[in-house]
Design a binder for this molecule. Sequence first.
Ligand SMILES: Nc1ncnc2c1ncn2[C@@H]1O[C@H](COP(=O)(O)OP(=O)(O)OP(=O)(O)O)[C@@H](O)[C@H]1O
Ligand SMILES: [Mg+2]
Length: 457
Amino acid sequence: MTDFSDKKNILIVDDIPAFCRQLRQMLNRETHAARVCTDPAKVPAMLEKRPYHLVITTLVMKKMAGFDLIRKIRGSGHSVPIMLITGHGSRESAIEAQRLGVSDYLYKPVAPRELIARVEKVLGQNGSEVERMASFKLDKLVSNDPAMKSIFDMVEAIAISNSRVLILGETGTGKQLIAQAIHSLSPRKNEPFIEINCAAIPGNLLESEFFGHERGSFTGAVDQRIGRFEEAGGGTIFLDEIGEIDYALQAKLLRVLEDGVFSRVGGSRMLRSRARVIAATNRDLRVASQKGDFRADLFYRLHVISLRLPPLRDRLADLPLLTRYFQDKYLPPGHHLEFSQGAFKVMRDYGWPGNVRELEHLVERLCVMHPGKLVREEELPDYFRQPGSLSGQSAPEHLSFREAVNDFEKRYLEKALDLHHGNMAAAARHARMDRAQFFRLARRHGLDTKRPRRAAG
Ligand SMILES: Nc1ncnc2c1ncn2[C@@H]1O[C@H](COP(=O)(O)OP(=O)(O)OP(=O)(O)O)[C@@H](O)[C@H]1O
Ligand SMILES: [Mg+2]
């Protein structure tokens, strides 16, 4: 008896019967169970009848365009992988295919061997749609961008070393995930991963946070406290927003990096640190050190290996992928959002100053407010369609200077609040502003400072 356990059901949809037969022959020779359907309108019903592992279709058909068929399939909740074979490919259709989550895209004519290899590849990836879509993966990160791939390769190479790493990149580009990846791929992975956000802790308390303190060493130091460097043991210590620590503490940090020793605040005993230090910043430390805001010697100590994460607007191939990735996070299995072409274009053109985090928050909001519905341009926040004020372009000429500043101020605050789900303290920190000052300004601009913000429009 033949063993059918590996036999995969494949549905071939094309209105040219001869082409369908040819494909079916190629696939069935490889012991797949390929069926043919020359009427795309019947596909949803066929998918209801039996489980298919793959649908192969084409772009141009008389009764229904391939993309419409794909939308229909997805619209009826099927997440079956889809492959496109076309004789009419263009860059636009390749982008559209990617947007719709097509697993593979082939051009006619297709050689039998090529077809089999690509089909096996798609069938072999029996994980989630995101896994099928992502060309590159590292720990919890996914990407389709070649520059990110070089970073992933570098992370794999440096993880096993003890070198210090400085991670650079705009806010929300994934610096923290990279730091975590370095740790979890390193031999230190079973030791602690300790993270300190240097900007979130007031300057006068940061030293004790780093190194601990002895009882009575300052007002409020009622008990002895173990610092984070001690806690980290032989693990990894991640100093986020390192650019924010003050000059005096920089000297003490330099000492740990140079000699591996530190002492608790108010203590005289020398303690030894075995932790690996990874630092991150979205500031240009070289410039800061030239201006005298950051110690040059510390900068060079930290800068042994540096990784610069590109902003999201420079890796748009990640946009459909990450959009899907976050949907999987916020929607129940089998559900997903669909974006209109217009909405997707607006998203491609938008500057994403908050990068991946901003995208995550947007997708989360859409998942809550528009589950199962088509996301149209209008569903995106207003400022997505007003390029300029926050994406680095010049202020509009028709406004007076005052008006332009006002306009910018409002959008900036709105943006900061959006990025942090309406959390004032976090938004103020993000803006590096005093909380009270932030609150006053936000109120002056009529922004809702109480409830979490929702998408405009
Ligand atoms: N390539 C990626 N794949 C999946 N998720 C990502 C990726 N990059 C970033 N994220 C997600 O985006 C969010 C922001 O990432 P992260 O916190 O690492 O950014 P960051 O650079 O440290 O930001 P900040 O400078 O504001 O601290 C997180 O929720 C993270 O999980
Ligand atoms: Mg971070």
